[in-house]
Design a binder for this molecule. Structure first.
Ligand SMILES: N[C@@H](CCC(=O)N[C@@H](CS)C(=O)NCC(=O)O)C(=O)O
Length: 222
């Protein structure tokens, strides 16, 4: 059975795993699984929290994007995206935790009003998120190298995560916080350079096409 990545291409967590698979040259299929539908056994029977992405493997389902990525690294060791050296590997994983948990998950609290037409968030929530997000980004700024990759001179799994999260967080900053949350960091030049990679360009093209469908579904209340 070919490995299946289940989710939708408008999701940054889906794209984190997709970019890894493409960069490594692993053969896989995508199964379109939406979230937020009322009756959706394709999701509810496989993902107890109703979240995507997940991997459908010969042995069963694997949930959570970071766990999926670790599985992919272990099961498909060619073109490794985590260094062999334990310290260097830890530094890559550290960046991933910062990006996922101290930045993206914080910004995500305002995605509803910023991107999906939900009612505006109360001012105190906006200010709480601004403070937390700035703290997370300041922490990330102390770790990220951008030389030219986020962990140093080699493309790693941390780039797969940075490439999918940084643009969403930057947009969130503009729309919900009215500020350039990455001012002083070379994120724009980094993302432009990364988009020259065929795998990144494909992920971004698929994301744009799928986001049109996603917005139609949201507007149609489906
Ligand atoms: N910690 C999860 C986060 C995944 C996540 O939040 N996915 C979003 C789509 S980008 C989702 O499934 N949202 C639906 C929901 O939370 O109900 C992971 O890393 O896989």
């Amino acid at each position: 059975m070919t490995l299946k990545l289940c989710g939708f291409a408008g999701s940054n967590y889906h794209n984190k795993v997709k970019l890894q698979l493409l960069e490594k040259g692993v053969a896989f299929e995508e199964e379109l699984v939406w979230t937020g539908l009322k009756d959706n056994p394709a999701l509810s029977t496989r993902s107890p929290l109703g979240k995507v992405p997940f991997l459908q493997t010969e042995q069963g389902v694997i949930l959570e994007s970071s766990v999926c990525c670790e599985y992919v690294e272990a099961a498909y060791p060619d073109h490794p995206l985590i260094p062999k050296d334990p310290f260097a590997a830890a530094k890559v994983r550290e960046l991933i935790v910062y990006l996922d948990w101290h930045m993206e998950m914080v910004a995500r609290e305002l995605y509803g009003p910023a991107f999906f037409g939900a009612p505006p968030a109360p001012e105190e929530k906006v200010e709480r998120i601004r403070k937390l997000l700035k703290k997370g980004i300041a922490g990330f700024a102390g770790l990220a190298k951008f030389s030219p990759y986020v962990a140093g001179d080699t493309f790693t799994l941390a780039d797969c995560v940075a490439i999918v999260h940084l643009p969403v967080i930057a947009n969130l900053g503009k729309l919900a916080l009215q500020e350039d949350v990455f001012s002083g960091l070379p994120t724009r030049d980094y993302l432009k350079a990364m988009n020259e990679r065929p795998a990144v360009a494909k992920v971004n093209a698929d994301r744009k096409a799928n986001t049109v469908l996603l917005m139609e579904k949201i507007r149609g209340g489906k």
